[in-house]
Structures are given as structure tokens and as C-alpha cells.
Design a protein around this ligand. Structure first.
Ligand code: ZN
Ligand code: ZN
Length: 337
């Protein structure tokens, strides 16, 4: 019997997205292993990390990988011994696909730093396809108030932004600077605003500035000009290392700059007095724990956050990535099955 096939995008040869490193081809429909479920993909968000995988900024972990780690799917086949999900459930498949459970980080509540993690759309195939499989313990139940296109970007953009916000140590009613205002930032800004923060957005994109003000930001200006007041905390969402010095310089004494992305272009040399002295903190953010994801989805549903998403048909994944590359997406791009 020939196995059933599906359509899936794969990163054929990593390189600039304008040169079409991705191709759509026929692939076998994956079978769920014990402890896994298979979902029919309903929607899959397009994250900047997919761009880094397609363009080769991140090393190849799995040749011909199918990208996509903001998957909204319907469970349609259970592997052996699955107890958490039933056929027909709408679940979310995020970036964190697996952790070892035994290393010194996994055993101390820091599975985001696991020594042997696997990530969806990098180590294992992701959601730019008709079907995907996931370990049942790493999928999320999704809040009902959100449609597929709205909930997809919460699964990475939302969760990572949430962790970055936690790592940025924003005090109660504090002043938060946000550098870059795309899919992740516009969600994180709403969480901070709901917690009573004053938010200043620095981005070069005009539509993004308009969106920031509409969501309640106090100011929205150019990425390199200083915010109107010193910041208690800042989050750098743009993968642009040259923004690190101005973002550090914008911090008040004792402030923290968190870098949300998995990839950052080179950071220029820092001036100790201007950028770090007076206890300014430079903090990276690495993936997330499942507890971060659960906490964020609950808070996002309570607020409730408004997700600006731009839908693309699944067949147009390459175009969505090019649009993201050239800052032509307002909010979050989402591939719809
Ligand atoms: Zn581990
Ligand atoms: Zn992502």
C-alpha cells in the first residue's frame, strides 16, 4: 500500500528568501509515535524565526525541514498511550517540541535552557503543511475566544514576548520601551498596558507606529531616537544589534534591556559608562517553559489581547516570508489551510 501524502513546504536550500529557498512538495503524512498526536493544520503563524531557518541564520538541524511553529490544528489521530487529547480537540503546537526532562535545567524549572531540546520547525517538522505531529505534553489547549488566525500568533510571538516581558523586570506601573513593533511586540505591549505600564514604541515602520498608538502606547517614534522619558525596562524585538546601545542608553538607572529574538546581528562595542554602569542589565531570552506558555495564554484570554493578523493562503508561504523580510506585514502573518 502506498502511504498517503500531503503538501508541505520544505527549506530546500537555506538562503535569502528572495531567492526562494523554500519549495512546496508532496510528503508522506506523518504517523504519530507513542505519546504523540497528529493534527490537521488549520492555521500556522509565520514567525521571524522561520525566516532565520529559511535564510540560514540558524544552522540546519534537520535537512528539508518543514518550518512553522505557531500551529493551530485539530487532533485527528492519537498515537499509543495518549491520554491528554481527544480526536476533534483544537490544540496549539508551539516552538518548544521536546525537552530531555533529566538535565540540570529541566529538573530545576528551567526547561527553556534544556541541554537537549527539540524545536518545532527546526529539529522536527512544523506546520507549513497539511498535517503535523506533536508530543502530547508539549501542545496547548487554546482559549475559545480567539479564532484560528488570532490564536496562532500567540503560540510563539505571544509566548516569547511574554517571557521577554518577565525577563525585562518591569516594575508595577513602570515605563517600558519596545524596539520594533511586529507580531510579537504588539501582543506584548497589550499585556504590559493591561498591567498598568506606560509604553513607548520605537520603530521605523509608520503603520506599526499608528497601531502602537491605537493600542494605547504613550508614544511611538523612530527606532534610533530616544523615548520621551527614561525607561525602567525595554525589550528589543527587532533582530538589529545596532539598536542595543541606544536601547541601553534609554534605560534609567537599574533598568533592564531584554533581547527577545533567537538571532541578533552584531552588537557594536558598548561604552561602559553610558550603557551599563549604574546597574543597567542586558538580558537575553531563550525559548520558554511550558509554564510560561500556560500563564501567557490565560492572561491573553483574560485581557483579552487583540491580535492584528494578516492571513495568507498556505500556498503563499514563500510570499508571506518575503513580506516579513521586507517589513511589509502589519501585525502577524498567518498561513491559513
Ligand atoms: Zn533538559
Ligand atoms: Zn517563533
Amino acid at each position: 500500500m502506498t502511504p498517503a501524502t500531503m503538501q508541505a513546504w520544505v527549506v530546500d536550500r537555506p538562503g535569502p528568501v528572495d531567492g526562494r529557498p523554500q519549495v512546496r512538495r508532496e510528503k508522506e503524512i506523518p504517523e504519530p509515535a507513542p505519546g504523540q498526536v497528529r493534527v490537521r493544520v488549520r492555521a500556522c503563524g509565520v514567525c521571524r524565526t522561520d525566516l532565520h531557518v529559511a535564510e540560514g541564520d540558524l544552522p540546519v538541524h534537520r535537512p528539508q525541514v518543514t518550518p512553522g511553529h505557531e500551529i493551530v490544528g485539530t487532533v485527528e489521530r492519537l498515537g499509543a498511550r495518549v491520554t491528554r487529547w481527544r480526536v476533534g480537540d483544537r490544540i496549539g503546537v508551539p516552538w518548544l517540541a521536546h525537552t530531555c526532562g533529566v538535565c540540570r535545567f529541566c529538573t530545576t524549572g528551567r526547561e527553556n535552557l534544556c541541554l537537549a531540546p527539540r524545536f518545532t520547525g527546526w529539529d522536527v517538522d512544523g506546520g507549513y503543511a497539511d498535517y503535523a505531529v506533536v508530543d502530547e505534553a508539549y501542545a496547548y489547549a487554546l482559549p475559545e475566544g480567539f479564532g484560528d488566525a488570532e490564536v496562532a500568533p500567540l503560540l510563539c510571538a505571544g509566548i516569547i514576548g511574554y517571557r521577554a516581558l518577565q525577563r525585562a523586570n518591569l516594575p508595577e506601573g513602570g515605563r517600558l520601551g519596545i524596539y520594533g513593533f511586529g507580531g510579537s511586540a504588539h501582543i506584548t505591549a497589550q499585556v504590559a498596558l493591561a498591567r498598568g505600564a506606560r509604553v513607548h514604541v520605537m520603530t521605523r515602520a509608520h503603520e506599526a507606529r499608528a497601531l502602537a498608538l491605537e493600542l494605547g502606547a504613550t508614544s511611538a517614534g523612530d527606532a534610533t531616537s530616544p523615548p520621551p522619558e527614561p525607561l525602567d525596562s525595554a525589550i528589543l524585538f527587532a533582530p538589529v544589534g545596532t539598536l542595543v546601545p541606544p536601547a541601553l542608553a534609554a534605560l534609567d538607572r537599574g533598568g533592564t534591556l531584554a533581547i527577545a529574538g533567537i538571532h541578533l546581528s552584531d552588537v557594536p562595542s558598548l561604552d561602559y559608562q553610558r550603557h551599563l554602569f549604574e546597574e543597567r542589565v542586558l538580558q537575553s531570552v531563550t525559548a520558554n517553559t511550558r509554564a510560561d506558555g500556560e500563564a501567557f495564554l490565560a492572561e491573553a484570554a483574560r485581557i483579552p489581547v487583540r491580535v492584528a493578523s494578516t492571513p495568507y493562503p498556505m500556498e503563499e508561504a514563500a510570499e508571506a516570508l518575503r513580506d516579513l523580510r521586507h517589513d511589509r506585514v502589519n501585525g502577524a502573518a498567518v498561513l491559513m489551510a
